[in-house]
Design a protein around this ligand. Sequence first.
Ligand SMILES: NC(=O)c1ccc[n+]([C@@H]2O[C@H](COP(=O)([O-])OP(=O)(O)OC[C@H]3O[C@@H](n4cnc5c(N)ncnc54)[C@H](OP(=O)(O)O)[C@@H]3O)[C@@H](O)[C@H]2O)c1
Length: 246
Amino acid sequence: MSGEAAPRPLALVTGASRGIGAALAVALAGAGHHLLLTGRDEKALVATEDRIHAGGGTATIAPLDLRKLDDIDRLAAATAARWDRLDLLVLNAAMLGTLSPLGHVAPREFEEVMLLNVTAQWRLIRAFDPMLRRARGTVIGMTSSVAPGRAYWGPYAASKAALESLLRTYADEMAALGIRVLVVDPGGTATRMRRQAYPGEDQATLKAPELVARRIVEQLAAGLAKGASRLELDRAGEPRVTAAMA
Ligand SMILES: NC(=O)c1ccc[n+]([C@@H]2O[C@H](COP(=O)([O-])OP(=O)(O)OC[C@H]3O[C@@H](n4cnc5c(N)ncnc54)[C@H](OP(=O)(O)O)[C@@H]3O)[C@@H](O)[C@H]2O)c1
């Protein structure tokens, strides 16, 4: 077996440089995880790491552009060389793309959204599957209420539907091995992505990423059902959990 046992459960959060991912990384560190922080913006990752250290937690940064798919495999190999198991994989990083009618979407942008929001997510599951199995770990994936399809949200909506399908599939396949999956629809949250979708909106009227993070950590502490479950937050951040989508 490669690597040594981690002193704390290990959690990998993608998109840990800002928004929901950064808040969730800080909250998970507060709950006792060692955090592996990924994103492209190294300075911002260091800022998240500093917040974690200030709270008495521990973290390691791994700057990465998830669209470079082979780098995901390299990250998994480097992680497996240092830790033998991954307790929690948080598939949070995503891009919105340009909101426009389907017929106006640029082919290149459609492919970019699918590359990051779908293919890279599957590559993360694939690359970390052996470490997740060893931990009987948990996978969290961030979805959206637009996943069933909504006017002008075409590529992003389709990518979230595909991600949900991948997550349900993985939960189904892994239920007997004790791997659990939590699909999270955070609802409108004050982040850069939300501002891109609704530029005129007063973000003070939205829930903070820290509240989303707290709800997810509370759900993990309460325990997840076997297979896949779904956590939805309403506008005020009140949670609704539905079990077993399989
Ligand atoms: N905010 C909402 O209202 C809302 C609602 C429903 C669902 N969600 C979902 O929640 C998740 C987090 O969204 P957010 O609102 O926190 O978004 P955000 O503030 O825009 O953050 C997105 C994160 O993804 C990372 N990222 C983007 N492109 C990347 C790439 N090519 N490689 C690696 N990392 C990349 C960014 O880091 P770098 O730029 O440093 O790479 C950033 O940390 C997303 O899955 C989103 O779809 C959000």
